[in-house]
Design a binder for this molecule. Structure first.
Ligand SMILES: NC(=O)C1=CN([C@@H]2O[C@H](COP(=O)(O)OP(=O)(O)OC[C@H]3O[C@@H](n4cnc5c(N)ncnc54)[C@H](OP(=O)(O)O)[C@@H]3O)[C@@H](O)[C@H]2O)C=CC1
Ligand SMILES: O=C[C@H](O)[C@@H](O)[C@@H](O)[C@H](O)C(=O)O
Length: 312
């Protein structure tokens, strides 16, 4: 059954194919979204220090554990190190654990491969007087990774990984790494297939998790003609096609919703796309690439070159 699919990480652990996203899930909504998701079968929850909602995510998890719906070990919980904490990894992971009310994380990711000033004018998004983000250019993401490697063996993290890494950044990191990242969480959907990084990660044993698979808030992807065509042919919604596409590619996928009916259908309506469906979607992606019309929905104003082929 597609919703039960799990992928093996390079640690030997398994990551459930579908996770609940929680970015921009408002306070007062996210605990309910998490507990509803777990009740209807989700076993993978994605949050981040930067989302400011780890406490509420933890409440949703606790409700389900206390009610006997799941045990901690049935869940796969990911959180992420925020940029202004790259020099304070041990402190950051403990704070995340405390907020979540958990003793360990299944996956701890470096959210973006750059450090922001830990002593700047804001704890999360420090800015310079000209309004640009206060980035510590002298601090390498490799140094951050070395600190994250120290967490493995402490019992606080089962696996470590990265997010928003391009091939260029992985090529810098891998020769210096003692531990190969278990996962790279990247924006991924038919309008930004990122085949280059997906193939590279596959070759290196790094699992891909797709974020913003539905095109994030206010998405145009639901009405993209080839997606609608596959949805109609298969008798499902465009959202189902967009989510199922990643599972067919061997990636896990994070779907954010705070709407109970969507949380349910995003899981229940996953399907196994066939070769014809995949070919239709590939043709669409190839056309966008050829016409330089790829769409990246998440590109925060870091003013930084992440090595993304579509944003140089
Ligand atoms: N590592 C990183 O830098 C990033 C990680 N992420 C992670 O990935 C997750 C998913 O990405 P995100 O950007 O949130 O966007 P998604 O692509 O998951 O889209 C979320 C939006 O789609 C709506 N939606 C959900 N299901 C349906 C449906 N079946 N039909 C119609 N609309 C629907 C949601 O509305 P509603 O909630 O109102 O139902 C919300 O507005 C994040 O929440 C986060 O956990 C995301 C961005 C960056
Ligand atoms: O995970 C989601 C995104 O990466 C988000 O954390 C960033 O876009 C952040 O809001 C920022 O402004 O840098």
């Amino acid at each position: 059954m597609t919703a039960e699919t799990r992928f093996k990480l390079n640690t030997g652990a398994e990551i459930p194919a579908l996770g609940l996203g929680t970015w921009q899930s408002a306070p007062g909504e996210v605990a309910r979204a998490v507990s509803h998701a777990i009740k209807v079968g989700y076993r993978h929850i994605d949050t981040a220090q930067g989302y400011g909602n780890e406490h509420e995510v933890g409440q949703g998890i606790k409700e389900c554990i206390d009610a006997g719906i799941v045990k901690r070990e049935d869940l796969f919980v990911t959180t992420k190190l925020w940029c202004s904490f790259h020099t304070r990894v041990a402190e950051a992971v403990q704070t995340s654990l405390d907020k979540l009310g958990l003793e360990y994380l299944d996956l701890y990711l470096m959210h973006w491969p750059l450090a922001m000033n830990p002593n700047g004018n804001h704890p999360m998004i420090p800015k310079l007087p000209d309004g640009s983000r206060d980035i510590v250019h002298s601090h390498s993401h490799i140094t951050t990774w070395k600190s994250m490697e120290q967490l493995v063996g402490t019992g606080k993290v089962k696996a470590i990984g990265v997010s928003n890494y391009s091939v260029q950044y992985l090529e810098e990191l891998l020769p210096q790494a003692t531990i190969v990242p278990a996962a790279n969480q990247i924006e991924n959907h038919p309008s930004l297939p990122q085949q280059e990084i997906v193939d590279y990660c596959k070759q290196k044993g790094i699992h891909i998790t797709a974020y913003s698979p539905l095109g994030s808030t206010g998405s145009p992807l639901f009405t993209a003609e080839p997606i609608v065509a596959v949805a109609q042919k298969r008798g499902v919604s465009p959202a189902s096609v967009l989510l199922s596409w990643h599972i067919a590619r061997g990636s896990s996928v994070l779907a954010k919703s705070v709407t109970p009916a969507r949380i349910e259908s995003n899981r229940a309506d996953l399907i196994k796309l066939d070769e014809e469906d995949i070919a239709t979607i590939r043709k669409y992606s190839d056309h966008l690439e050829a016409t330089k019309s790829l769409q990246r929905f998440v590109f925060p104003p870091f003013g930084y070159n992440f090595g993304f082929p579509d944003k140089q």
